[in-house]
Each structure stands twice: as structure tokens, then as C-alpha cells.
Design a protein around this ligand. Structure first.
Ligand SMILES: Cc1cc2nc3c(=O)[nH]c(=O)nc-3n(C[C@H](O)[C@H](O)[C@H](O)COP(=O)(O)OP(=O)(O)OC[C@H]3O[C@@H](n4cnc5c(N)ncnc54)[C@H](O)[C@@H]3O)c2cc1C
Length: 397
């Protein structure tokens, strides 16, 4: 068993963590796993599962209680993310909603915005999405062209977003737009846009190679009138806010990766212990043992680093570079682990009925979204050569 060789993780060792873990595991086992096929067919999960997660206190876990959140620290959110990933549950986009979008509102929202959205987000009655990527730009977010023209008390928004998680189901999106496009005051701003705004349309969920139960879609804005009261943070401060908050999103992707790797290794230990070839369990072959020993080692190393990152995030001290290292390294590790595990399942590993096949298809996107792993290396390198780049910039001036 994997737990025989992994160190106990102190961040999850309290009685409260243990009880929460059990509750999460029951929720997944009793209320999620059986629904996955149906959700995959529909290209999205049910609204009921969002409300149920809200009822159990599993949405917006680390948000203050006065806004309907759980008032706990981020380690409880991390636990939820890992447990879902361990069981290969990729349908509900809970963590983007609870751990990325809710903190945007909490940190940069006005009191009216917080009161209006956060309690309904925590109860699962309001589903949210975050629209940054556009058909012509994802890595280079400063190049977005969705345009918000100042009309006095409101903006008029035109443009398009793509690949938006929870996009189809969401009732409200935080959308990155350009204000004063083409002028010297041009900047990125964030707007809260509600589903029922006239001129705001959604495409049908996009067909993906994995995460088939998670809705990912395009958003279209055609002369959408958005009140200035829906500006999130200051006008023109959107890019700065996104860059700051992306550290949190990257840690979430990394946590999902270590949870996913753990689940894949566990499944493979089980399978190779019972499947036989040449009159013996395939676990008896040294190749199987070595591959799984390598996977368990990589997992343990990443768990240790991520536990540190989780504590740093809770203390508001996680740097962009560390978050990038965590995301890049954990997702590469996860991909390798799942690939090795699938190999040990032989032909069955390629069959959709086997969770390892779903894990294989689902994990691939983690090296792409929340900033590609190449962009993670750009960010890390920027830190490594900070002084040199500053000197070069100064010389250019
Ligand atoms: C399933 C899914 C869900 C998503 N959810 C969301 C969401 O909720 N909200 C949202 O806004 N976006 C979302 N995205 C978009 C995602 O964040 C982008 O796809 C990602 O940031 C990459 O952008 P791109 O697709 O435009 O690729 P591009 O930016 O076109 O990159 C293409 C390739 O060029 C490389 N590249 C680009 N710039 C550099 C550079 N400077 N140096 C080296 N290599 C470089 C990239 O690493 C990549 O390999 C999602 C995507 C997927 C697939």
C-alpha cells in the first residue's frame, strides 16, 4: 500500500482534517462517482451537485463565515482538491469557483459586490467562471482585445473569450477586458458580467480529449451593457490583479496533480497485485516494482514541496516563482506517473471503463492551462535573471 511508504503529512493531521477527509470521501463515493458517465455524456455536471457541495460546506472553504464561507484555512481547500483528484473526479469546476474566483471578489470587490455574490457562491446557488483567454491569445494576456468602452455610468463590451471553465453553467463571469483600447490609457480591467445581460451569449461546451464532464466553452459579448458598479478592483489594474492571483491558481493545479498521481499509483498497486502473467502477479516483476517505486518517490518529493507551498499560501507568502515551480514540476510528474501506470494496466489501461484511462486523458491539460509550463519556466527564469533584466531595461531607456 502506498500509505506504507509515504510520510504522514502534517498539514492534514489534525482531527478536523481527518473528519473533513472522511466527509469528502463519502461525498465522492456516494454522490459523485456514479454520476460521472452521465455528466460526461452531457458535457457538464448537474447543478444539484454544486448545491450539495455548498450544503456540505465544501465550497469557498477558506472564505470568512460572514460571507457564507467555511472560515477555515486553505489547507482544507487543498484537501478537497486532492481527494477529488485522487478519485479521478474532474467534472465539477469547484476549485476554480471557490479557490480562484471567490478570492478575487474577497480581495478586490466592493462590500456590495461581496454581499451580492459570495454567500450564493458558497451555497452553490451561483456558479462562476473566469474569462481571460481569447481565440487569439492565452499566454500573452496583455494582448486581449475584448473591448469595454466607457459610456459614463456603464461600459459597452464587445469581444469573445474561449476555453472558459464552468463557462456554460456559470451564472456570473469575471471577464478581463481592455479599457481605453488604442489610447495612451489602455489597460486591462476586470468586469463582473452576469449571465442574463443582454448581448452576452455562450457557445455549447467544447469537445475535449479529457475532462469531458467539465464544461468548457466560449463566451461572446455583443454590445453588452455593464454597469460601472460591476468593475472589480480599479480600472486598468486587471493585469496586475491577474498576475498576483495566478499564483493561487497554479498551486491549485499542482495540488490536483499530486492528488491525481496518488490515485493513479494506488489503482496500479491494486491492479498489479491481482493481475497475473506467466503464473504470477505482475507486481512480482522487478520492472513493475521499480516503476512504482520511482512513481511513489516522485510523489513524496512533490507532496513535501506542495505542503510547504500550501502553508505559504495560507500565510500570504507564496511567491510567483514557487507557485510556477510547483505547477510546472507537479504536472510533469503527474503526466509521467499516469503514463507509467497506464502501461502497467496493459490493454485494459486504454479502455475508458478503467479509471486510469480517464486519468490519462484528464491530466494532459494541466501542462497547458493556468499558464503553460513553458510560461512557468519564463516566470522562474525572470526571477533568476532579475538584476540582469533590470539593467538591460535601464540601458534601453
Ligand atoms: C480545458 C481548458 C480549460 C481552460 N480554462 C480556462 C478558464 O477558465 N479561463 C481562461 O481564461 N482560460 C482557460 N483556459 C485557457 C488556458 O489558460 C490557455 O489555453 C493557456 O494559457 C495557453 O494559451 P493558448 O491556448 O492561447 O496558447 P498559446 O499562448 O497560443 O501558446 C501556444 C504554445 O506556445 C508556447 N508559448 C507561448 N508564449 C511563449 C513564450 N513566451 N515562451 C515559450 N513558449 C511560449 C506555449 O507554451 C504553448 O506551448 C483553459 C484551457 C483549457 C484547454
Amino acid at each position: 500500500m502506498l500509505q506504507n511508504v509515504l510520510l504522514e503529512r502534517e498539514i492534514y493531521s489534525s482531527e478536523e482534517h481527518k473528519m473533513t477527509r472522511k466527509m469528502i470521501q463519502d461525498f465522492i463515493h456516494n454522490e459523485i462517482l456514479d454520476q460521472q458517465d452521465e455528466w460526461e455524456k452531457n458535457g457538464m455536471v448537474s447543478r444539484a451537485i454544486w448545491e450539495r457541495a455548498g450544503e456540505l460546506g465544501l465550497l469557498c472553504i477558506d472564505m470568512p463565515e460572514k460571507y457564507g464561507g467555511g472560515g477555515l484555512d486553505f489547507s482544507f481547500s487543498a484537501l478537497f482538491i486532492e481527494e477529488l483528484a485522487k478519485k479521478g473526479v474532474s467534472g465539477p469546476g469547484f476549485s476554480l469557483h471557490s479557490d480562484v474566483i471567490a478570492p478575487y471578489l474577497l480581495k478586490y470587490g466592493t462590500e456590495v459586490q461581496k454581499q451580492n455574490y459570495l454567500p450564493r457562491m458558497a451555497s452553490g446557488q451561483l456558479i462562476t467562471s473566469l474569462g481571460m483567454t481569447e481565440p487569439n491569445c492565452g499566454s500573452d494576456l496583455q494582448a486581449i482585445t475584448t473591448n469595454a468602452v466607457d459610456k459614463g455610468d456603464h461600459y459597452l463590451v464587445n469581444g469573445q473569450k474561449t476555453f472558459i471553465t464552468n463557462g456554460y453553467m456559470s451564472d456570473m463571469s469575471i471577464v478581463a477586458v481592455k479599457t481605453y483600447l488604442g489610447t495612451k490609457n489602455e489597460g486591462v480591467s476586470l468586469l463582473i458580467i452576469e449571465n442574463d445581460s443582454e448581448g452576452f451569449e455562450k457557445g455549447i461546451p467544447l469537445k475535449k480529449i479529457g475532462m469531458k464532464a467539465q464544461d468548457t466553452c466560449e463566451l461572446f459579448f455583443d454590445n453588452v451593457k455593464v454597469s460601472k458598479e460591476n468593475l472589480l478592483g480599479e480600472e486598468g489594474a486587471g493585469f496586475k490583479i491577474m498576475m498576483k492571483e495566478l499564483a493561487r491558481e497554479r498551486l491549485i493545479v499542482a495540488l490536483n496533480a499530486i492528488g491525481g498521481a496518488e490515485g493513479a499509483i494506488e489503482k496500479t498497486i491494486e491492479y498489479t497485485s491481482t493481475r497475473t502473467a506467466f503464473k504470477q502477479p505482475i507486481a512480482n516483476f522487478q520492472n513493475t516494482q521499480f516503476k512504482l517505486a520511482e512513481c511513489a518517490t516522485q510523489l513524496q518529493i512533490h507532496q513535501t514541496f506542495l505542503d510547504r507551498c500550501t502553508l505559504l499560501l495560507s500565510a500570504h507568502k507564496l511567491t510567483a516563482e514557487s507557485a510556477s515551480m510547483a505547477k510546472y514540476s507537479a504536472t510533469e510528474m503527474h503526466s509521467k506517473v499516469v503514463d507509467e501506470c497506464l502501461q502497467l494496466f496493459g490493454g485494459y489501461g486504454y479502455m475508458w471503463d478503467y479509471p486510469i484511462a480517464r486519468m490519462y486523458a484528464d491530466n494532459r491539460v494541466a501542462r497547458i492551462y493556468a499558464g503553460t509550463n513553458e510560461i512557468m519556466k519564463v516566470l522562474i527564469a525572470r526571477g533568476l535573471f532579475k538584476e540582469l533584466f533590470q539593467q538591460m531595461k535601464a540601458t534601453k531607456k
